[in-house]
Design a protein around this ligand. Structure first.
Ligand code: GLN
Length: 488
């Protein structure tokens, strides 16, 4: 049996029955990484020795029947913008190229406490700014389905690692689509939780009013298992919501009777690839067969979402990234005086896209332009949120495509940032509204590239996403296609 191919819930069962050990699973995953990583480049650091040590500790608890979680002993990959005590955390930026955090992000601490096994830190677009992982300051990650294509971004390393069985579950972060879009491009499951559900403490900030950490997994059950560990109030994050978190696996059921699914007409217009549209419409037909009622809804301000996002996100980024000044941590390029030191450090440390965003954001916040750009964007953001409130009066979940096309080729959009920005057109408004969304595999294109179905629910209604996504997954075979097509 190829242990690395299994899901967390399958492995948890084998561990519980003592048929395998965490040490064996971890060794299998590390061997898989050694074989596949040179082709896919999903990781910035692989922490093999630490992983085997963690696996031994997990096995001791498992032997005593004292596993604290279903993820005890399960190999996890962590996106490299989450602080890991004692392990390099670069954010794929040269400016943090030598940064070893003295503390764990809350999400990391929770997984550590549950004795999950950390196999490594995954590649990403620098500071999570991008949609293809080509903005990584270290190296690009390739899509395991087709090595001439990008895996999506910014959590491209995590999605590629899961698609290529180089980890069992992974964490990602999503500011405008960075979990859902790479999940769709790599044929795996990715969930962006409601803003505030998962602690951002120790997540390197990009746009603080939009960032959220969430699971990237091989199937919906694993996403529920991982969210069970990640979600919950954290006093260390002032935006963390103090809400009761249910056991998300309770929502996994097989029928959808009485569930109202809304199709936003704006998500099925111009620019949507016909193969993506075909797969998504077939998926909606499947939801109907399972008992869901399909209705049309409207999100009239969607055409403004990309512009609104790129004002809010860059404004916040320009302020958040002011801390990389060569003084406190990270890269320093020395000079005769402090101003030149700041400027040389930042010139050498940040990549082109990060610099572009710092400049855009600084411009949008500057005196005289603040009202015209940033303030206006905040107002449109409220209108976008209101569109969802109104749509959810008519439906329980919204369904549509995750991305307008399947994965594009390396280099295809790097010359034109606007084209790159448009690949998040269906995911961005979910972050602006602070609600939750999931991408599940719903098809494979003729050129053998995966296609994702996006489901969206109101704030703190992740349970609805799990219910619909799981029923759909169990009724179809798409989540199994990964293993069939990914031949590396
Ligand atoms: N692709 C979007 C951007 O470049 C979203 C990134 C993200 O969600 N972190 O900002």
């Amino acid at each position: 049996m190829e242990l690395f191919r299994l899901t967390a819930h399958e492995l948890a069962e084998l561990l519980r029955r003592r048929e395998v050990s965490s040490y064996e699973i971890t060794r299998a995953v590390l061997t898989r990484i050694a074989e596949i990583e040179p082709k896919v480049q999903a990781y910035i650091s692989v922490t093999g020795d630490e992983a085997l040590q963690m696996a031994k500790e997990a096995d001791e608890l498992l032997a005593k029947g004292e596993a604290p979680s279903q993820l005890t002993g399960i190999p996890v990959a962590i996106k490299d913008n989450m602080c890991t005590r004692g392990t390099l955390t670069t954010c794929a930026s040269k400016i943090l190229g030598n940064f070893v955090p003295p503390y764990d992000a809350t999400t990391v601490a929770r997984l550590r406490e549950k004795k999950a096994v950390f196999v490594g830190k995954t590649n990403m677009d620098e500071f999570a700014m991008g949609s293809s992982t080509e903005n990584s300051g270290i190296k690009p990650t390739l899509n395991p389905w087709d090595l001439s294509r990008i895996p999506g971004g910014s959590s491209g390393g995590s999605a590629a690692a899961i698609a290529a069985d180089m980890a069992i579950v992974a964490t990602g972060s999503d500011t405008g689509g960075s979990i859902r879009q790479p999940a769709a491009f790599c044929g795996v499951v990715g969930l962006k939780p409601t803003y505030g559900l998962v602690s951002r403490y120790g997540l390197v900030a990009f746009a603080s009013s939009l960032d959220q950490i969430g699971p990237i997994t091989k199937d919906v059950t694993d996403a529920a298992l991982l969210l069970n560990e990640l979600a919950g109030h954290d006093p260390m994050d002032s935006t963390s919501a103090d809400v009761e978190c249910p056991d998300y696996t309770k929502f996994l059921g097989r029928d959808l009777r009485g569930v109202r699914v809304g199709l936003p007409k704006e998500f099925f217009g111009e620019g949507l690839d016909p193969e993506v549209e075909g797969s998504v419409r077939a998926a909606i037909g499947e939801l109907e067969k399972l008992g869901a009622e399909i209705t049309e809804v409207s999100l009239p301000h969607s055409p403004y979402a990309v512009a609104t996002y790129y004002l809010c996100a860059t404004a916040e980024a320009s302020s958040n990234l002011a801390r990389y000044d060569g003084v406190k941590y990270g890269l320093r390029v020395d000079a005769d005086n402090i101003i030149d030191m700041f400027s040389r450090t930042r010139s050498a440390g940040f990549g082109t896209e990060v610099k572009r965003r710092i400049m855009l954001g600084t411009y949008a916040l500057s005196a005289g332009y603040y009202d015209a750009y940033y303030l206006k964007a905040l107002k449109v953001r409220t209108l976008i949120k209101r569109d969802f409130d109104q749509a959810f009066e008519k439906c329980d979940v919204i369904a549509g495509p995750t991305t307008p096309t399947p994965a594009f080729r390396l280099g295809e959009k790097t010359a034109n940032p606007l084209e790159m920005y448009l690949s998040d057109i269906f995911t961005i408004s979910v972050n602006l509204a602070g609600i939750c969304g999931i991408s599940v595999p719903c098809g494979v294109s003729q050129s053998k590239l995966p296609i994702g179905l996006q489901l969206i629910a109101p704030a703190f209604e992740e349970g609805r996403l799990f219910r619909v996504a799981y029923a759909y997954e169990q009724a179809t075979e798409w989540h199994r296609q990964r293993a069939q097509y990914v031949t590396l």
